[in-house]
Design a protein around this ligand. Structure first.
Ligand SMILES: Nc1nc2c(c(=O)[nH]1)N[C@H]1C(S)=C(S)[C@@H](COP(=O)(O)O)O[C@H]1N2
Ligand SMILES: [Mo]
Length: 414
């Protein structure tokens, strides 16, 4: 293996090409008068409530542009397989810009605690390893943060930092087996080609990893296609890790390197308070020292109402269908219940099996509102271990992770 740090040459090129303009990348169009755009002003096409859209992702709600983050309103998550146009975007650094030759010459390095380091082209992945296609959910560890009291700092995601697309790629396990894991291999470290927000090429935007056991699971993959097409640029084109069921931050986009380590990885956003929760329950608002924090692994049980859209109007006495998805990190969802009386009584919904492990599960319920007035539909999933979504925030934690409170929508009967 050459001593070249993978992605290094390209990274410099990206910084030069982006020139700090995440807006242009997000809009999918150059901004001729960008130099006159007042600092801090978000283009109306991208602003929350604006009638424009993130390039290729109409209807998503922008949370911010530095870094670029956007979530999907629940009613746009109704598809069994999330289309690229409806997949949330979570960036820690700048959106990278690639030339066709960057993509054609893309390399993935597997190095560290392995017998034979690998330096692979995307065609090597396609040709030399078994290809798998799986529906896999990716949820940001901070999804639901907006509903934490007191508020936690970070992107104020409501319910929409979740997707379940159909990913095609190779098992990370097969790559690690080809390289030959040493006894000392205990953790992976993932690197991507996105520049740090500051543009400083010596800094990483984010570099997280997983324990070797998670890396060796057959559903942890290195994907080169999504929904039978190229991965959208904003979601990691041309190559990304999918470590399903764990915080989305484990699923490195624009992947250039997997470093196998002999200890827990300590890359950007692995340490301190990032993607960590207290080892013990704390009162809301408590400051928790770093050494009392542990790395988040499986995401908790959760569900969404994807139809009808909140604010829906029906005729009293008419039956209509409510439906959505439920998922539970490493686990399967065992039961789904809905309520139209603010949780006083619950009715069992129909719940489908997942298309494969780590796919979200479809649920449906027939609903009738007895008389004219305002109602809410509440939805509640229970996992196979009997753990149920709470009606309000679960354990508060300093950065507002893992908020799996029940989703509720408004419905009016006329
Ligand atoms: N290279 C790179 N990979 C990344 C990130 C990033 O900022 N850079 N963000 C992570 C986080 S925090 C999440 S939640 C998921 C989001 O994936 P998506 O943007 O495709 O929805 O990507 C992860 N992979
Ligand atoms: Mo995330």
């Amino acid at each position: 293996m050459k001593s070249k740090k993978p992605g290094e040459v390209s990274r410099r090129a990206f910084v030069a090409a982006t020139g700090g303009s995440a807006f242009a990348a997000a809009l999918g169009a150059p901004i001729p008068f960008a130099r006159f755009l007042p600092a801090g002003l978000v283009p109306v096409a991208l602003a929350q409530g604006g009638d424009g859209a993130l390039s290729g992702k109409p209807g998503l709600v922008m949370l911010g542009d530095k870094p670029l983050n956007a979530e999907t309103p629940p009613h746009l998550l109704d598809d069994d397989v999330t289309p690229g146009a409806r997949m949330f975007v979570r960036n820690n650094g700048q959106v990278p810009v690639f030339t066709p030759s960057d993509i054609a010459n893309w390399r993935l390095a597997i190095d560290g605690e392995v017998e034979t380091p690998l330096d692979l082209a995307i065609d090597d992945l396609r040709n030399d390893f078994e290809t798998v296609t799986l529906r896999l959910q990716i949820e940001c560890g901070g999804n639901g943060r907006r509903f934490m009291t007191p508020p936690a700092r970070g992107n104020q995601w409501s319910f929409g930092a979740i997707s379940c697309a159909e990913w095609t790629g190779v098992r990370l396990r097969d790559l690690l087996m080809r390289a030959g894991l040493k006894e000392s291999a205990v953790y992976t470290a993932h690197y991507g080609a996105d520049p740090h927000l500051s543009g400083d090429p010596s800094k990483e935007a984010i570099s997280r990893g997983v324990p070797i056991e998670k890396a060796l699971e057959p559903h942890t993959i290195v994907a080169f296609a999504m929904n039978g097409e190229e991965i959208p640029l904003l979601n990691g084109h041309p190559l990304r890790v999918i470590a399903p069921g764990w915080p989305g931050s484990c699923s490195q986009k624009w992947l250039t390197r997997i470093w196998v380590r002999d200890r827990e990885h300590d890359g950007a956003k692995m340490t301190g308070q990032s993607y960590r929760v207290p080892k013990y329950p704390v009162a809301p608002g408590t400051e928790v020292p770093d050494e009392d924090m542990k790395i988040i692994e499986s995401m908790p049980v959760k569900s969404l109402i994807t139809a009808p859209q909140t604010g829906h109007r029906v005729r009293a006495g008419d039956s209509f269908e409510a439906r959505g998805h439920a998922w539970a990190g490493d686990h399967e969802v065992a039961a789904m219940d809905v309520s139209i009386d603010f949780g006083a009584t619950w009715t069992r919904a129909r719940l489908d099996a997942p298309a494969n492990r780590y796919a979200w599960q479809r649920w449906r319920a027939a609903i009738t509102l007895p008389e004219a007035g305002y109602y809410e539909i509440w939805a509640r999933a229970t996992d196979e271990a009997g753990v149920m979504q709470p009606p309000t925030q679960p354990g508060w934690n300093p950065r507002g992770y893992l908020n799996n409170l029940q989703h509720r929508i408004a419905v009016f009967a006329l």
